[in-house]
Design a protein. Structure first.
Length: 220
């Protein structure tokens, strides 16, 4: 089962979504235009670079096909100027920073988890379920991790609501559907939508894995 235009279209959607999530973080950190462009672009292409290095695709795709970086760049610049005019209105409506970044992050996570898994399969690793799924997960979460580290923020993957878990489920679902030879568009769409919904539902209802509680030592 070969994929072409479907993957490309979803990649563009993911690039735009992840770039916007990076821009939102840059706004919160009060970065200038260059900082916004750098953070937005790194968020968009960072996971893909990690994926390509893992699979031995060198140089990484972002250097072979500049359209991804160009789209991230344009999205970051446009988002910067839209943000300047819209930030006051957003605050007046009470829209929280975390809600905005969670939405765009979820879209990017869903898209690149599937794209990463498909890339591993397309490069001859389809029989290796662990590698394919791991590649999908690292593609999905990689850009966000790099973004948060650069922004001096604890990466979402470490504590936010089912962040990596959503990617794992989405990658597993896509891998299973792919090997069932399902319709290509449905195969991609179902996996992406499932990943996005799990992430958003987890955020809305504060669902997550068990955490270590922080207790104050009272000398007991």
């Amino acid at each position: 089962m070969k994929f072409g235009i479907e993957i490309f279209i979803f990649e563009i959607i993911g690039i735009i979504a992840f770039t916007i999530s990076g821009v939102i973080v840059a706004f919160k950190k009060r970065l200038d235009l260059l900082g916004v462009i750098v953070l937005g672009t790194i968020t968009a292409v960072g996971g893909g670079v990690l994926r390509d290095i893992l699979l031995g695709i060198l140089p990484p795709s972002m250097f072979k096909n500049s359209i991804y970086v160009m789209i991230a760049f344009l999205t970051a610049v446009i988002s910067f100027y839209i943000g300047i005019f819209a930030i006051k209105r957003i605050k007046q409506k009470g829209v929280k920073y975390y809600i905005l970044i969670t939405f765009f992050d979820a879209v990017g996570l869903g898209v690149f988890t599937v794209v990463g898994t498909n890339t591993a399969i397309a490069n001859g690793f389809g029989e290796n379920a662990f590698l394919s799924i791991f590649t999908g997960v690292i593609t999905g979460v990689g850009g966000g991790i790099i973004r948060d580290i650069i922004a001096n923020t604890m990466p979402f993957i470490m504590y936010k609501d089912l962040y990596a878990s959503s990617a794992i489920i989405g990658a597993c679902l896509y891998y299973a559907l792919y090997h069932m030879h399902s319709n290509s568009f449905l195969c991609i769409s179902i996996s992406i939508i499932a990943t996005i919904l799990i992430r958003l539902v987890a955020q809305k209802y504060n669902l997550g894995l068990p955490k270590i509680g922080v207790y104050r030592d009272r000398g007991e």
